[in-house]
Design a protein around this ligand. Structure first.
Ligand code: PEP
Ligand code: MG
Length: 325
């Protein structure tokens, strides 16, 4: 099968009925970089910058961050890379940093919350990103945004750093797009305001599902209690895609759901045209896409989502559809 996927590498990623799908990979370390090309992906849809902070013995210097980001952009060449700013804190604690004990770390002082409260760290990272992307296209994405004003504040850090670098004679990136993860349910009810501000959004389904169902994503005792391919989740995902598409803002999904062929099928049926997944899932998902009729998939899923929740197993219907395709 590996052989078969290698053959797909250079084929355009287009559904049977002609819908182009951007299939990107998730990455975080230098060892991930060869997969940009060996999968034939269209870029890195999620670069998890916290990994550099987690594998090291101490806080990486700005120069070390800059050097990694430059290496990543060099490896990607003309393909876009979406860098997510630090998602640390909570369960992703840094061994060398003073930690505070929290009763609910997933709901605690993490990601952009920490970034905004300790702006030195975020500022240093943004500066490293902007300098690494000198003369090039840069995409920056913030994790765990739950209110639009957090996005505004985080974006202001980028604007200030751009001004600083300009004043100091640095060559700025050719273009900077700024977006956010959609992974906190509260953001679903601020989509109109959010979409006016962002250049793009990417759904973090791992956290979004955890918070929608109040189920710890790492606790197998409870994760099996809910189905990711069920009405509440698929309706939420459909709303996000509809609103983003209507606003003309690009929308992607970069959680585990995109790595599962049935998940990817559901997402395309819901209107997603960009997915970011683990490199190992790229081949199988691409194979599925090439065989898929997106319009037919949409027509199949719409009545299932409009039916009363729980009245049909959407998962079984998706499976039947995939087998018949
Ligand atoms: C997510 O939450 O779906 C996501 C992609 O980010 P992470 O898994 O790093 O929290
Ligand atoms: Mg997340």
């Amino acid at each position: 099968r590996q052989e078969q996927y290698r053959e797909l590498r250079d084929k355009p990623c287009v559904t049977r009925d002609g819908q182009p799908i951007d299939l990107m990979i998730n990455a975080g370390l230098v060892i991930d970089l060869p997969h940009i090309d060996d999968t034939g992906s269209s870029g890195i849809g999620l670069f998890r910058t916290e990994l550099q902070f987690m594998v090291g013995q101490s806080l990486p210097r700005t120069s070390e961050q800059l050097s990694l980001y430059r290496t990543v952009l060099d490896a990607a060449g003309d393909k876009p890379v979406t860098f997510r700013t630090l998602d640390i804190g909570g369960d992703k604690a840094l061994p060398y940093m003073d930690t505070i004990v929290e009763e609910n770390p997933a709901l605690g002082w993490r990601a952009i919350r920490l970034g905004l409260d300790r702006p030195g760290l975020l500022r240093g990272q943004i500066r490293a990103l902007l300098r690494a992307a000198s003369g090039r296209y840069l995409r920056v994405m913030f994790p765990m945004i739950s209110q639009v004003d957090e996005f505004d504040q985080a974006k202001l850090v980028i604007e200030r750093e751009l001004t600083y670098l300009r004043q100091h004679g640095h060559t700025l990136p050719e273009r900077v797009d700024v977006g956010t993860m959609v992974e906190v349910p509260a953001l679903l009810y601020q989509m109109d305001e959010l979409l006016k501000r962002v250049d793009f959004v990417s759904v973090g389904s791992n956290d979004l599902f955890q918070f929608l169902f109040a189920v710890d994503r790492g606790n197998s005792r409870v994760t099996d209690r809910f189905d990711t391919l069920s009405a509440p989740i698929l309706r939420a995902l459909r709303d996000i895609a509809r609103k983003a598409n209507a606003a003309g803002k690009s929308v992607s999904l970069c959680g585990e759901m995109a790595s599962q062929p049935l998940g990817a099928l559901a997402l395309i049926a819901l209107g997603y045209r960009s997915l970011s997944l683990s490199a190992t899932a790229h081949g199988p998902v691409k194979a599925l896409i090439l065989d898929l009729d997106a319009k037919k998939a949409e027509a199949m899923i719409t009545p299932l989502l409009d039916a009363p929740a729980g009245s049909v197993s959407i998962r079984s219907k998706l499976m039947e559809f995939a087998e018949a395709e």
